[in-house]
Design a protein. Structure first.
Length: 320
């Protein structure tokens, strides 16, 4: 079905996920490592947070233009939406669900999936300490900004990725599990294939722009469902609204999760190239759905579009 030139589907598709857990993908410092990829600003813009360096310490406009030009043959900031039944995988409505776009910080959903996997295998433990390398320290704008050589726990890294969208935390985990960002990107992509995410490629763990790092609304919905299915207890952390870190209190970026009745996560994302992205999960009247919006023009427009999708398929609030 086509509406105004857009591919729109209702009620006849499925995410096609398997209720069984996928085969594990090996992690470790000996994975192959292609060359490092370019780095730029990312994160869902909010008011400046103490401990963070100035938001506009970024690459030049010329560098940004070069990346956008290079993206012409891969992902782009097109608009896409999808909402699916989280239990059955049935796609209730979608628009451009298989069109590739930049994931931005939605990438951290996969970094967190692999972190949870490592925790369940005993490769990591919640109180393990991991080093923030010089490479991690360079990842603007959202980060702990403790300085190269400092350490954080795995628990702090997980909450930092979920609440603050901390880039240095994502890189620290990637370097711990994969040896390098590039090697971890290959691990992420392999896991994506194992989860049926056939149109997704990862090149870094934080979602910083890369012309080869791309995904689709359908693939992000599959990843959200996989997180709920495979790590249901860990998934509950996505409902964390604030967390205290060494005397500081950080607030999350996900306004739909904090304001929408029944919402329980999961992740926002933004780059200039991607537009405003959001994956949400919510329950009402015994039904749970997963929604995806990619390429929103503003954070408010993205949130309003997600809210409308959730309202449409969850129905009215129960009467008190």
């Amino acid at each position: 079905m086509t509406v105004s030139g857009r591919k729109t589907h209702r009620g006849k598709l499925s995410l096609g996920y398997d209720q069984r857990k996928p085969h594990a993908v090996a992690v470790g410092p000996h994975a192959s490592s292609p060359s490092n990829m370019p780095i730029q600003i990312h994160g869902d813009p909010v008011m400046p947070v103490r401990m963070l360096r100035p938001l506009f310490r970024s690459l030049s406009l010329c560098a940004l233009a070069a990346v956008l030009a290079a993206s012409a043959t891969s992902a782009f900031a097109g608009h896409a939406t999808l909402i699916a039944d989280a239990t059955t995988g049935q796609v209730l409505e979608s628009e451009n669900a298989d069109v590739q776009n930049y994931p931005a910080s939605l990438t951290k959903m996969m970094t967190l999936y692999l972190t949870f996997e490592a925790l369940h295998k005993g490769v990591l433990h919640w109180d393990d300490k991991i080093v923030l390398s010089e490479n991690a320290e360079r990842k603007e704008p959202f980060k702990f900004a403790l300085g190269a050589g400092k350490m954080i726990t795995v628990n702090e890294a997980v909450l930092g990725m979920i609440v603050l969208s901390a880039n240095d935390a994502a890189v620290a985990v990637a370097e711990k599990l994969g040896g390098s960002e590039a090697a971890f990107g290959e691990i992420m992509t392999a896991k994506a294939r194992a989860l049926g995410m056939n149109n997704t490629v990862f090149r870094n763990p934080a979602g910083l722009p890369d012309p080869q790092q791309m995904t689709t609304a359908a693939d992000m919905a599959k990843l959200a469902v996989a997180l709920m299915r495979d790590y249901p207890e860990d998934y509950k952390l996505f409902s964390t609204r604030t967390f205290k870190f060494r005397g500081m209190k950080f607030h999350g970026h996900n306004r739909v999760m904090t304001r929408y009745p029944g919402a329980d996560g999961i992740k926002t994302g933004y780059t200039e190239a991607s537009g405003y992205n959001l994956v949400s999960s919510a329950s009402r009247n015994g039904k749970r759905v997963v929604g995806v919006v990619l390429g929103g023009k503003t954070s408010q427009a993205r949130d309003e579009e997600m809210t409308a999708l959730l309202d449409k398929y969850l129905g009215p609030l129960p009467k008190k």
